[in-house]
Design a protein around this ligand. Structure first.
Ligand SMILES: Nc1ncnc2c1ncn2[C@@H]1O[C@H](COP(=O)(O)OP(=O)(O)OP(=O)(O)O)[C@@H](O)[C@H]1O
Ligand SMILES: [Mg+2]
Length: 473
């Protein structure tokens, strides 16, 4: 009995001792962690000459952004004037000084991309400095959309966003993203020969899977092209560049047709459609599929009208029978099909090495009538992906050439259209800014640069070039 008692008390003493020891260890660990943090901060400060931004010290933004823009994008300005991003990952913006600038990767239409190293962890990231709109005051809407969209999407085949960092002023906002070794355009140029069928299937499946995810989350990318598809050395594809992405609604609302880089732009957009939806991404995917198979862009038009001509010569000229709603498209009445046009060759003749299932999938992606175009989820179920040769597991791809330090000298496709920055109304359903009539109007003005029509595709009296909605008389 005594022994039991003694034993019980002794146990309790031991418990108390143990707990005290644990508490002390915890305290010690906490102290060590704090010291480590302070040493790292001091190292950065001595390297950059700048104080590290913390939540309460973030650089202030000289702010011209409209409060509604910020509210709608998930950004807000705190009482202290700090730009804050309402997101679990991005609490308040740190300074870009936390990254060491490595090499410059590329300058595109909407941003400059460079490689940077996190000074604390040593990890490498891609930093995209968003270009400020010189003509508009405030934070460009396209940039807000890009940030907001990237934040909403978490998918293995969409580039991951780590945080937003800021420089000294509002025009210095950087998106910090995972760094991916290649983009598909640059990679295809360096490997020179087309991918194997099994490899094309793997790439296409990843692209379709991310697209299905985007579309099911009410997002249209609006600029799918090979240079916006990043691919890691382990053959994992990541969709990037959400600068033109936006949410869509059902029924669709008018949006600007001046989206998607010319070579990948769907015929309905080229013909001025303002009411369009996810089908425009599926057309771009058809163009990418063709490019992957041959290592050459499918329709490399030099102007909008030349692009239309290339598409129609390849796939045939549509009419209201083959494409219901064709005659209602703003520019359809200006199209004057050549009288002696040859019957277009079959798709099969362009891709003699492709299986019938492959040709079938390509033809379903390249349907001129958007209502007949295959969706991403239908395409993923297409027999092309289950027949032999089967998609190659990414880890079995032969090693890609070493990543280029800069992609500047890569022969590039035309840039993304410089669609109206900073315009737009408010989309009540999503809280995101929409392309409203202002943006459509801005687009019309941008489009109205009369260029000589050398194709003969326009009817007499119509003004050629991208502004061909303007007719004389
Ligand atoms: N996360 C990343 N990792 C590695 N490289 C990247 C990354 N993001 C972008 N790049 C490279 O930078 C290029 C330009 O980036 P991005 O497409 O986002 O900019 P942009 O200004 O919108 O381009 P554009 O108008 O030419 O389409 C890409 O084509 C790619 O080569
Ligand atoms: Mg791009």
């Amino acid at each position: 009995m005594d022994a039991k008692k003694r034993s019980r008390w002794r146990d309790e003493d031991e418990d108390t001792e143990l707990m005290e020891k644990k508490r002390q260890e915890k305290e010690k660990k906490k102290k060590l962690k704090q010291e480590k943090k302070a040493v790292a901060a001091a190292a950065i400060e001595s390297k950059t000459g700048n104080k590290i931004a913390t939540a309460s010290q973030s650089p202030k933004i000289s702010n011209d952004a409209r409060p509604s823009d910020l509210r709608d994008s998930g950004l807000k300005i705190s009482d202290e004037g700090i730009l804050q991003f309402n997101a679990p990952l991005i609490k308040s913006c740190r300074s870009v000084e936390n990254y060491e600038r490595l090499n410059h990767i590329e300058e595109g239409t909407y941003g400059v991309v460079f490689k940077g190293r996190d000074l604390v962890t040593g990890e490498v990231y891609a930093l995209k400095k968003l270009k400020a709109d010189k003509n508009q005051q405030g934070f460009p809407i396209t940039s807000l959309r890009e940030i907001h969209t990237l934040q909403q999407i978490t998918h293995p085949n969409v580039v991951g966003i780590k945080e937003l960092v800021v420089g000294g002023s509002l025009d210095q906002i950087y998106i910090v993203m995972e760094y991916v070794d290649h983009d598909l355009r640059e990679l295809m140029q360096s490997i020179r020969e087309p991918f194997l069928q099994s490899e094309v299937k793997t790439i296409m499946r990843q692209l379709l899977s991310a697209t299905q995810y985007m579309h099911s989350h009410w997002i249209i990318h609006r600029d799918l092209k090979t240079s916006n598809l990043l691919i890691s050395s382990g053959a994992i594809l990541k969709i990037a560049d959400f600068g033109l992405a936006r949410t869509y609604s059902d029924p669709v609302k008018p949006m600007t047709p001046l989206v998607v880089t010319l070579w990948y732009r769907a015929p309905e957009l080229l013909l001025g459609a303002k009411e369009y939806s996810t089908e425009i991404d599926m057309w771009s995917i058809g163009c990418i599929f063709g490019e992957l198979l041959t290592n050459k862009p499918l329709f490399d038009g030099k102007s909008e009208i030349n692009q239309i001509k290339k598409i129609f010569d390849y796939l045939g000229y549509p009419d209201s029978k083959s494409w219901s709603g064709y005659n209602k498209l703003p520019h359809a009445k200006n199209i004057n099909p050549p009288k002696d046009r040859p019957i277009p060759a079959s798709l099969r003749s362009h891709f003699p090495f492709l299986t019938s299932a492959g040709v079938d999938l390509l033809s379903k992606l390249l349907q001129l009538d958007p209502t007949k175009r295959i969706t991403a989820s239908e395409a993923l179920k297409h027999p092309y992906f289950t027949e032999d040769p089967k998609p190659k597991p990414p880890e079995e791809f032969s090693p890609f050439p070493t990543a280029l330090e800069s992609r500047e000298h890569v022969e590039s496709s035309p840039g993304a259209p410089a669609v109206a920055h900073g315009q737009g109304g408010n989309d009540a359903a999503t809280g995101l800014l929409t392309d409203d009539e202002d943006e459509v109007e801005a687009t019309r003005i941008l489009l109205a640069s009369p260029a000589a029509d050398k194709t003969g595709l326009f009817r007499e009296g119509a003004q050629g070039g991208a502004g061909f909605q303007l007719r004389f008389g």
